[in-house]
Design a protein around this ligand. Structure first.
Ligand code: LIP
Length: 292
């Protein structure tokens, strides 16, 4: 994959965004028809890191559509099977169902996340999104963004509206999202960090989809979010929706930590989370991200 971080021109950006919305919407309709006998088809990093047949079917659909439209692009999906592409400078980073556990349990907080990125998404810190979409089919929500184009949300058949984060400037009144990961040691670590965070904020929400968490900071449903151990496909599209909405996004590749916030509390949240992490014994390094 290329190391070129050049942003495509405005016409290509608009086309990439439109394609991301189209394939995420189609995949969202596919997974919305949730089989009554849905079960766990496989596990990955742990026996609670699950894959359903719908994760793979949705990724196969997205990859087929993107390959037909832009055959020279690379592809990196959460499920098995990626490609480096043929020199277009664009790689699609896709989570076919972000919030898979919610999907398995019939909880509507899950989303299809599709992002076009430049650079190399297999190398932390060496890539960035330039267009993307997050579609929550059970929530009837579609978020879209492209570099320089702003961030928008459509709910159901309603009008598409521009989105902005809250004006929160006091961390003690901030609603903060987070997550805990799939490995027991990682969840214990995250819970111990949370013990230091939760008394200092309004409250915590654990939605279970990083893509939706990031979009909810972008549209003001959350004031901030942090999580450790996310993969590129969890955050690629939500990252761009957030920054194009005017939010602050920080992905610390070395620390494997992601956080997002409305600008008024971003520095405070970073200090709080960093301070909490310094007070908690480190967890063994997470295995490097990779499909499968
Ligand atoms: C999920 C993330 C969530 C995190 C979960 C899991 P998946 O992605 O969106 O924020 O807490 O551990 O990583 O596995 O459902 O695509």
């Amino acid at each position: 994959m290329t190391s070129d971080l050049t942003t495509p021109g405005p016409d290509e950006l608009a086309a990439l965004e439109q394609l991301a919305v189209a394939v995420a919407t189609e995949a969202g309709q596919l997974v919305l028809d949730r089989p009554s006998d849905l079960g766990v088809a496989a596990t990955k990093s742990s026996d609670t890191d699950i894959v359903t047949v719908m994760d793979q079917r949705a990724q196969d659909l997205i990859r087929t559509r993107l390959g037909a439209a832009r055959p020279a692009d690379g592809f990196q999906g959460e499920e098995a099977g990626g490609s480096t592409g043929d020199g277009s400078g664009i790689t699609w980073v896709v989570d076919p169902i972000d919030g898979t556990v919610n999907y398995l349990y019939g909880i509507p907080a899950y989303a299809v996340s599709v992002a076009a990125v430049v650079g190399d998404p297999t190398v932390p810190g060496a890539w960035r999104p330039v267009a993307g979409a997050v579609v929550g089919p059970a929530l009837g929500e579609t978020y879209r963004a492209r570099v320089g184009g702003g961030a928008f949300r459509r709910r159901g058949d309603g009008p598409e509206t521009p989105i902005v984060p809250t004006g929160c400037t006091d961390l003690g009144h901030a609603l903060i999202g987070t997550g805990f990961g799939y490995e027991a040691a990682q969840r214990r670590w995250a819970a111990e960090v949370l013990l230091h965070v939760i008394p200092q904020v309004r409250d915590i929400r654990r939605i279970g989809s990083a893509a939706l968490d990031l979009c909810h900071v972008a549209d003001g449903a959350l004031d901030g979010y942090y999580e450790r151990g996310l993969n590129p496909w969890d955050l690629a599209a939500g990252w761009l929706v957030l920054t194009e909405a005017g939010g602050t996004f920080i992905d610390v590749p070395t620390g494997d930590l992601t956080w997002a916030a409305t600008a008024g509390i971003a520095a405070e949240l970073e200090r709080l989370v960093t301070g909490a992490i310094e007070r908690v014994p480190p967890v063994r390094p997470r295995s490097a991200p990779g499909p499968g």
